[in-house]
Design a protein around this ligand. Sequence first.
Ligand code: HEM
Length: 159
Amino acid sequence: MTDSAAPSPLGPLAPFAGIWRGSGTGHYPTIDDFTYTEEIELSPPPGKPFLFYRSRTWDGDDGRPLHTETGYLRSAGEQVELLIVQPTGFVEIQRAPLADGVLDFTELILGASPDAKDVKSVRRRFVLDGDELSYDMWMAFAHVPMTHHLNARLHRVTD
Ligand code: HEM
């Protein structure tokens, strides 16, 4: 039997693997609305049951780099776990059941650096539909309760 015939150790995560490119919109009561372009990389190391995760974003008007974050997407029993590190001083562990391509995450941990902004909670929801990956993100920040911050839609690219 060749390696290519072996089952993927990614299990239900396999359809998420790829390079994804697209665009999004952002808003929040404390800031001006904005648009952005994004590349998300979900790449499988050979033989491992997880995907490396990296998101990079650029301002939709002038192309300057905006937010970026890295981490892992891994199977955790019946659930999927997203581990994220942000250079703005946050670390997150989020877990979700996977049903019909939807990952509606529940925050397990939000760690913040002493000089990070006053983010109290983050909610993330991803929807995979074939070669389209979309997500929403909400946060509770300072005096603002859980409120939508981001929506983006990306497509799988092959280059
Ligand atoms: C696609 C990813 C993201 C993009 C493109 C993005 C973009 C932005 C932009 C353009 C602003 C307004 C200017 C600024 O303060 O820098 C902002 C504000 C902010 N974002 Fe995001 N963001 C992203 C993800 C996140 C995440 C994951 C968090 C949560 C930890 C977060 C938390 C905040 C906070 C706390 C503010 C400041 C609000 C204020 O000072 O009033 N952002 N974001």
